[in-house]
Design a protein around this ligand. Structure first.
Ligand SMILES: CC(C)(COP(=O)(O)OP(=O)(O)OC[C@H]1O[C@@H](n2cnc3c(N)ncnc32)[C@H](O)[C@@H]1OP(=O)(O)O)[C@@H](O)C(=O)NCCC(=O)NCCS
Length: 281
């Protein structure tokens, strides 16, 4: 029987949360609502034999898009539903004329994406746990961000990621539950970090910082998180950050593969100390 793909609507969010729980993921209801607000035309539900079976979200940031929330109900897997969702989302992104599609693949998702021509850019490791307090002798000062930092944070983010994520950053910025820090250097923001609520643990990231101060900023963020359960997605090309996470008692939980399709992404990797999470790099 054919898979029918339609747009997701707010009435699907509670069911979307149950799918997400089935997979053990960390998104909140607010995350789903944010996706729907940011890109209602890019949020899809697959129906199979008259019942809701899967989801995906395609978010466009100019010519770069992120594909996320590819989830199929456990009982309905291996029937082509995941493939139909990804094909539909890619068609949508083609109509939006994006040049690059990026995503973070689980080991379950990777073979599916490879069939569409996605290639691995690099791997990341998810760390989890409660950081134990460590003395941080760093001379770097990190302060809570305020409204007037927003523009410089967007500039730093765009310089590092070569992507205009202003719409997404604005959505996080206006959410009082999202904790934001910045570090000042030479009269401009040289690093920023965010801690967002998650359904299982706080999601720490993105952490973007000039490489000269990156490890110091990273350590300070961990100190700020002491006593709360967190998730951190750390690129495998930043072993010093991973060692630091291990030193404060976090443990590696699983790997992701950051993949791309189309024009190869170009970013300042050495500025990337923690990813924002699997939904948008
Ligand atoms: C990944 C996922 C979305 C795939 O959904 P699905 O509906 O089962 O996928 P499809 O039936 O369309 O399978 C498409 C192809 O992917 C590959 N594939 C899917 N599941 C696989 C598995 N468990 N092992 C190996 N290959 C697999 C196969 O090549 C399959 O083609 P085939 O059936 O002709 O062999 C689903 O397993 C899922 O929701 N997993 C949990 C959440 C997750 O990890 N999502 C991916 C996020 S990146």
């Amino acid at each position: 029987m054919a898979v029918i793909i339609r747009h997701m609507n707010p009435g699907d969010v509670a069911w979307g949360m149950s799918l997400k729980d089935q997979a053990g993921w960390n998104q909140t209801r607010q995350d789903w609502e944010r996706f729907l607000a940011l890109e209602p035309e890019g949020c899809f539900v697959a129906e199979y034999q008259g019942q809701r079976a899967g989801t995906t979200v395609a978010l466009c940031f100019g010519q770069v898009a992120w594909l996320a929330m590819v989830l199929v109900d456990h009982a309905l897997r291996r029937r082509g539903i995941g493939r139909a969702l990804v094909a539909h989302a890619l068609q949508y992104l083609e109509s939006r004329q994006v040049l690059t599609v990026r995503l973070d693949a689980t080991s379950l998702g990777r073979p599916l994406y490879e069939q569409f021509g996605f290639q691995i850019e690099y791997s990341l490791t998810r760390f989890t746990g409660v950081p134990v307090f460590v003395e941080c002798s760093s001379h770097i000062s990190m302060r809570p961000a305020d409204a007037k930092d927003f523009s410089e944070v967007c500039t730093l983010d765009a310089t590092v990621t070569h992507t205009d994520r202003r719409r997404l950053l604005a959505a996080w910025w206006s959410d009082k539950q999202v904790i934001k820090y910045v570090t000042d250097g030479n009269n401009q923001v040289s690093a920023y970090a965010m801690i967002r609520p998650g359904s299982r643990a706080s999601m720490v990231g993105p952490i973007l910082a000039n490489p000269d101060i990156g490890l110091a900023v990273f350590s300070k963020v961990l100190v700020a998180c002491a006593t709360r359960p967190i998730y951190l997605d750390l690129p495998d090309f930043q072993p010093v950050a991973q060692h630091c996470a291990e030193r404060v008692g976090l443990r590696a939980e699983r790997s992701f593969f950051r993949m791309w399709l189309g024009q190869k992404p170009c970013e300042l990797r050495h500025y990337l100390w923690a990813s924002s999470g699997p939904e948008c790099g």
